[in-house]
Design a protein around this ligand. Structure first.
Ligand SMILES: Nc1nc2c(ncn2[C@@H]2O[C@H](COP(=O)(O)OP(=O)(O)O)[C@@H](O)[C@H]2O)c(=O)[nH]1
Ligand SMILES: [Mg+2]
Length: 279
C-alpha cells in the first residue's frame, strides 16, 4: 500500500537566505523515501526580500512544490490558517519551519507515528529528543515560562507546544479549522487546544532538532513573548464564553496593544470560515 498523501506547509517570512536548501532537501528526500503523493506548499506573506523568486526557482525543478503568497502581514499563524485551507490535498497535513531546524528524515519518522493519534507533534523537551544545536539559554528560559503559563491555563500536559513540527489527519484539520484565530506565534497553542477540545488525540514524540541562526523571534523576543501571552489569554477566554462576552468592550484596547507590539491581530469571527470538505 502506498503511503497516505501528505501536504507539508512551510510558513516563510523574508527567508531568501535560508529556504532554498531546505526546500530542495525536503523535496528530494520525500521523492526518494515516500511512496504516496507529496505536496509542499510555502506560505509567504509580506516578504520584503526575494523569497518568492527562490521558491519559484525550486518549484521549477520539483512539481510537488508550490506556494501561496499574501501581501498582508497575516503572521506565521495567519499563514498557517490559510495553508490549512488546502487540507483536501492531503490525507495528512503537517508543517515545519523554513530554516530546516527539523530535517525531512526526522519529520518522516514523526509521520510514522500517525497511526497512534490524530495529531503527532515533535518535542524538544521529551527524553529521547536530540538537540544537535539547542536554542540560546535565555530563549529556553522564556520558552519554559511560556510553557508554564500554557499548562496553567489549559492543563494539556504537552511539554513542547511550540515545536514547529506537527502532523495531523485531514479530518481533524477540517473539524477544528474554524476555531483557529491566533495569527502570531501562539498559533500552535490555539491549534492544540482546539484539537483537545474536539476530542482528537495528540501524541508528543521526541524529535531531532538543530536551532538555526537567523531567528526573527529571538531578535524580537520581548515583543513576540508579550503578543504570545496576550494570545493565550484570548484562547483561554474563547473557551470561557461568559467572560469573553463580558470583556468585549476591551477589544479596541487589545487591538491597540497588538499594533504596538507589531504583532498580527487575531482573526475575527467574520474572517473565519471552514475549508472546503472533499465530499
Ligand atoms: N508566513 C509567515 N511566516 C513567518 C512569519 N514570521 C515568522 N515566520 C516563519 O516562521 C518560522 C519560524 O521563524 P524563526 O524566525 O526561524 O523563529 P524560531 O525558529 O522560532 O526562532 C520560519 O519559517 C519563518 O519564516 C510571518 O509573519 N509570516
Ligand atoms: Mg528557526
Amino acid at each position: 500500500m502506498p503511503d497516505p498523501s501528505l501536504l507539508l506547509l512551510i510558513p516563510a517570512y523574508n527567508e531568501e537566505a535560508r529556504i532554498e536548501p531546505v526546500l530542495r532537501h525536503y523535496a528530494d528526500f520525500f521523492r526518494r523515501n515516500y511512496s504516496g503523493p507529496f505536496h509542499l506548499v510555502v506560505v509567504l506573506n509580506g516578504c520584503r526580500d526575494n523569497t518568492l523568486a527562490v521558491v519559484q526557482r525550486v518549484a521549477q525543478d520539483y512539481p510537488g512544490v508550490g506556494w501561496l503568497d499574501f501581501p498582508a502581514p497575516i503572521g506565521k499563524g495567519g499563514a498557517l490558517i490559510e495553508g490549512l485551507k488546502l487540507a483536501e490535498r492531503g490525507e495528512l497535513i503537517g508543517y515545519v519551519d523554513a530554516d530546516g531546524a527539523t530535517g525531512p528524515k526526522a519529520f518522516l519518522e514523526l509521520a510514522r507515528h500517525i497511526g497512534q493519534a490524530d495529531c503527532v507533534i515533535g518535542s524538544r523537551w521529551l527524553p529521547g529528543s536530540v538537540l544537535l544545536q539547542a536554542q540560546p539559554k535565555f530563549r529556553q528560559f522564556v520558552s519554559r515560562c511560556f510553557h508554564l503559563i500554557v499548562e496553567l491555563f489549559f492543563w494539556m500536559h504537552i511539554k513542547d507546544t511550540q515545536c514547529p513540527c506537527k502532523l495531523m489527519r485531514r479530518e481533524a484539520v477540517e473539524k477544528i479549522h474554524s476555531s483557529l484565530r491566533i495569527a502570531d506565534l501562539a498559533f500552535d497553542v490555539n491549534l492544540l487546544v482546539a484539537l483537545n477540545q474536539a476530542g482528537f488525540r495528540v501524541l508528543e514524540v521526541p524529535i531531532e532538532w538543530s536551532d538555526q541562526a537567523g531567528s526573527k523571534v529571538t531578535a524580537s523576543l520581548f515583543r513576540s513573548s508579550l503578543a504570545m501571552f496576550l494570545s493565550v489569554v484570548r484562547v483561554r477566554l474563547i473557551y470561557w464564553p461568559w467572560l469573553y462576552q463580558l470583556l468585549r468592550p476591551l477589544r479596541p484596547l487589545e487591538g491597540w496593544v497588538y499594533k504596538k507590539l507589531r504583532a498580527p491581530q487575531p482573526l475575527s469571527e467574520s474572517q473565519v470560515q471552514s475549508p472546503k470538505s472533499k465530499d
